[in-house]
Design a binder for this molecule. Structure first.
Ligand SMILES: Cc1cc2nc3c(=O)[nH]c(=O)nc-3n(C[C@H](O)[C@H](O)[C@H](O)COP(=O)(O)OP(=O)(O)OC[C@H]3O[C@@H](n4cnc5c(N)ncnc54)[C@H](O)[C@@H]3O)c2cc1C
Ligand code: SF4
Length: 519
């Protein structure tokens, strides 16, 4: 008997893996769901092999999950889609193949993909509809009301509004604990005994052999360590397991050590961070369920989990994550062109190998290559800080961050990299650049003790490069930065130095930049 044709096609992207989405609330044999591995998604920048594998495996598991619920699903592998030039060509062909008269897609979180969907050339008889992914807590439709393009916005006021709106950590109209933000209690460094307490990270053992074969067969280029087993969660079950693990083992110290760094290799890469960003960004977990689960842990484990720990975590998911996504949409596509300091340097080669004598940089880059992950402070204050101080082009910096990290999706990556870490937007995200000398790194980590450079020295042969580079950055950009009252103190200490000393520092820094590949 000839199979009954489908009426409608529902297209799913690799970061739209939300089983709770209204699309799946009832089983309807007239609907065909399609999810496809695409070459274009492996090639829009050079990506980490673990990131590609994590997306492809999660998509496969998602398709299986939908089928198990009774939905009609086509999962296309790279072998089946490689002949199509791009997403549009594939969709157009599949609509004809299945003779559907309706086509639905969820609005992508990335402008690149949204433009592709909106440029589909379909027969006029096909109804096309764009639906919300229903993932974020701050509605897309309100972004234009609350945010102005090209203007500075601050996370803190947005965060307070979100706390009130969702009644999270609130006691009526007042914040629980009497403070909105416990950031001041989030700045501890590890002592030796603290380091021995860091929990072993929960990692998974997902088989990636088949995906790797497909990548090889279709000439996909990638970077990073190919693991024997993929450690990242690639199904909702695993994502929920990681969330439970985080609440039990990491949340009790999350806020406390949020800004800290540690050398111990097996534990130091993840510390007390949740590593939930991939599960969140692929939508296997919703931000609200992550927050509610963490709140439940706080409620049931007080005082083991203090207000400073839970507030620190809620601030990341309810505050920063939603804020960053709103800034992306209100400012795109202009944001991608921002280059406030007119930085043009090429990214040094050691970003692709980790081979540098700077112990902190080696550690942050090596973690990234090994795990497709590095925690926030590595991204912001080590690699990001280095690029800022040495004037690496924001395009180069963006491409590296977008490709190397398991959670690298443009809506999250761009405002964090170009905005927060490179200040290339001139202050739309951050009130001042996140620039720091070796002193900060030495205070927040134990890296300097095993480094070839000396954290306290500035102009000597062995001086920590971050020190003179820091002053060089401030001097080179004084026209843009000195009038900011938040920079007044650093500029006054710079100009308190004798002229000869300043000169020597700048000569030292210029020499480092000229020989950047040898650092
Ligand atoms: C230069 C730079 C680039 C970044 N690129 C990305 C990126 O491509 N994708 C991405 O998801 N995050 C990015 N971040 C933000 C942050 O570093 C990562 O979300 C975090 O390190 C992920 O690890 P985790 O899940 O262990 O986070 P945790 O420290 O456990 O934080 C919990 C969650 O809060 C959210 N979160 C925290 N901070 C931010 C933030 N600034 N922006 C958005 N979400 C946040 C994440 O969903 C994260 O999973 C970047 C930060 C910097 C400084
Ligand atoms: S001495 Fe400088 S380069 Fe070395 S680890 Fe410390 S901050 Fe990094």
């Amino acid at each position: 008997m000839k199979k009954k044709p489908f009426e409608s096609m529902y297209w799913l992207l690799g970061d739209q893996l939300d089983l709770e989405h209204p699309w799946f609330s009832k089983v309807d044999g007239n609907r065909l769901f399609v999810i496809a591995e695409l070459y274009q998604e492996t090639a829009y920048c050079t990506q980490h092999v673990q990131k590609i594998c994590a997306f492809f495996l999660s998509m496969e598991n998602f398709a299986k999950g939908l089928r198990a619920k009774g939905h009609q699903v086509v999962h296309l592998t790279l072998d089946e889609t490689i002949a199509f030039d791009n997403l549009e060509a594939l969709i157009e062909a599949k609509i004809v193949e299945h003779s559907v008269t309706q086509f639905f897609y969820q609005r992508p979180d990335e402008l690149r993909l949204l433009n592709q969907f909106r440029s589909l050339r379909l027969d006029g008889s096909v109804l096309v509809e764009e639906h919300d992914s229903d993932h974020f807590l701050f509605p897309f439709s309100e972004i234009e009301k609350d945010f102005a393009p090209g203007k500075s916005h601050r996370m803190e006021s947005f965060y307070r509004r979100m706390r009130k709106r969702f009644g999270i950590l609130m006691n009526g109209s007042e914040p629980i604990g009497g403070e909105w933000n416990f950031d001041k209690q989030n700045r501890e460094k590890f002592s030796q005994s603290d380091i021995s307490q860091i929990p072993n990270p929960l990692i998974f053992s997902n088989n990636i052999e088949d995906v790797l074969i497909r990548l090889k067969r279709n000439n996909v280029q990638f970077i990073g360590k190919i693991p024997d087993q993929l450690p990242w969660p690639v199904s909702r079950v695993q994502a929920l397991e990681l969330l439970e693990f985080f609440c039990a083992k990491c949340l009790p110290n999350f806020g406390r050590f949020q800004d800290a760094m540690a050398t111990d290799h097996d534990l130091g890469w993840s510390l007390y961070h949740s590593r939930l960003s991939f599960a969140l960004n692929s939508k296997m977990l919703s931000p609200l369920e992550v927050i509610k689960t963490a709140l439940h842990a706080y409620e049931t484990k007080k005082p083991l989990i203090s207000i400073a720990q839970i507030e620190g975590f809620v601030r990341q998911v309810l505050g920063w994550r939603e804020f960053i996504r709103a800034l992306y949409w209100i400012n795109m596509p202009a944001y991608k062109e921002k280059n406030y300091f007119k930085a043009e340097r090429k990214l040094p080669g050691f970003f692709w190998t980790g081979e540098t004598k700077m112990a902190c940089m080696h550690r942050a880059i090596d973690d990234s290559l090994q795990y497709s992950y590095s925690h926030h402070i590595h991204r912001l204050m080590i690699t990001g800080n280095f690029c800022l101080l040495t004037g690496v082009s924001p395009d180069e910096v963006d491409n590296w961050y977008l490709g190397i990290y398991i959670d690298g999706i443009e809506w999250a990556e761009l405002p964090n990299t170009r905005g927060m870490s490179q200040y290339a937007d001139g202050g739309m995200v951050a009130s001042k650049p996140y620039s720091a000398s070796g002193n900060y790194i030495s205070k927040m980590s134990d890296y300097c003790k095993n480094c070839r450079y000396k954290a306290k020295e500035v102009t000597t042969e062995e001086a920590c490069p971050f020190n003179s580079l820091y002053w060089r950055f401030l001097e080179a950009n004084k026209d843009k930065l000195a009038k900011n009252p938040r920079n007044a103190l650093v500029y006054s200490s710079w100009y308190r130095k004798k002229e000869d000393e300043r000169k020597a520092i700048l000569i030292k820094a210029d020499g480092l930049v000229e020989n950047i590949e040898r650092l």
